[in-house]
Write a protein that binds this ligand. Structure first.
Ligand code: SAM
Length: 293
């Protein structure tokens, strides 16, 4: 089977004339859709074209902290420390390193379903060597251009690829795999989790943030967020794809990962901020560690 990964560009600094840029965009769009249809024709793909098309439409406001992605921007204040502290708890970094500016230095992190790079960038800014994977080539281009404008973003490479393809030549490579707000968008979540775990080194950590499958997550995550307050684009979530923590934990256990922490997370619309809460019925963040045996 063809390996469809295309390593995009790292730390881009090219300048194009307007005309050549337009031509390049058309060519990129064409090759992006060819690449996407190849990903979809692979029976082992977890990618749903409707999901990718939906997220593509948001590309122009991906990096706008006041736009439709503002909840994800705000989530960095919760998920970056969750990842950092989780890595300290599992011994991947020392307790002293957590307090330093480059706390994740030396760690290879895979950000699966990275979109336009909202989480990849801050992880790289605290020292991690980050690979962002995203099935949408258009979003990867957004991520590349944004990283190129950020002088403190180091050590990021973005690849337009599925995790299922990536692991064909990247098994047991990463110290941590992050899938933040992605698992609720995939088809075949079991295969998705298995593939993410395959990319992890033994003893490595996987971090997942997602929505629980409850009346509350349906009410707040779909009805209120998408239809009443309009803070999340309509059609972003589908209740059928939500996964309760115990099911995610079982999928991880099947793949030799022990869940070490699950916390409830809550988004306050009025303050545009996320917090860790005792109740896991709305959203949650989970950290599991792959066995070394
Ligand atoms: C809500 S966005 C989250 C983006 C990013 N993880 C963040 O939190 O900033 C969901 C992303 O998952 C991607 N996605 C959808 N299906 C996927 C799959 N099967 N594998 C990897 N990524 C996928 C979408 O294209 C989209 O960029």
């Amino acid at each position: 089977m063809m390996v469809l990964c295309s390593i995009a560009l790292t730390r881009v600094g090219f300048q194009f004339s307007t005309t050549s840029r337009k031509c390049l965009c058309k060519t990129r769009n064409l090759s992006a859709s060819i690449k996407l249809s190849r990903m979809l024709s692979d029976s082992n793909s977890t990618v749903d074209k409707k999901e990718v098309d939906h997220h593509n439409k948001l590309k122009d406001e991906w990096w706008d902290p006041t736009g439709k992605m503002k909840g994800l921007h705000a989530m960095n204040a919760l998920r970056v420390p969750f990842i950092k502290n989780g890595l300290a708890n599992s011994g991947a970094i020392s307790a002293d390193a957590v307090k330093t500016r480059e706390s994740l230095k030396g760690l290879k992190i895979l950000d699966v379903g990275c979109g336009g790079g909202l989480l990849s960038e801050p992880l790289s800014m605290i020292g991690a060597d980050v690979t962002g994977l995203e099935p949408s080539a258009e979003l990867i281009n957004i991520a590349i251009s944004h990283a190129a404008q950020n002088s403190v973003t180091k050590n990021i490479r973005y690849i337009s690829c599925t995790i299922e393809d990536h692991i064909k030549d990247h098994a047991e490579v990463y110290d941590a795999v992050v899938a933040s707000e992605v698992v609720e968008h995939v088809v075949n979540p079991e295969l998705f989790i298995k593939s993410c775990v395959t990319a992890l080194k033994p003893g490595g950590s996987i971090f997942v943030t997602t929505l629980n499958k409850t009346y509350l997550s349906w009410l707040c995550g779909i009805i209120i967020a998408e239809n009443v307050l309009n803070i999340v684009p309509k059609g972003t979530h589908s209740y059928d794809k939500f996964i309760p923590p115990h099911q995610l934990q079982q999928m991880l256990e099947k793949n030799h990962c022990r869940t070490v922490q699950t916390v409830g997370t809550f988004y306050n619309v009025l303050t545009n901020s996320w917090s860790i809460v005792p109740y896991k019925g709305f959203c949650y963040a989970l950290h599991a560690v792959k066995s070394t045996a």
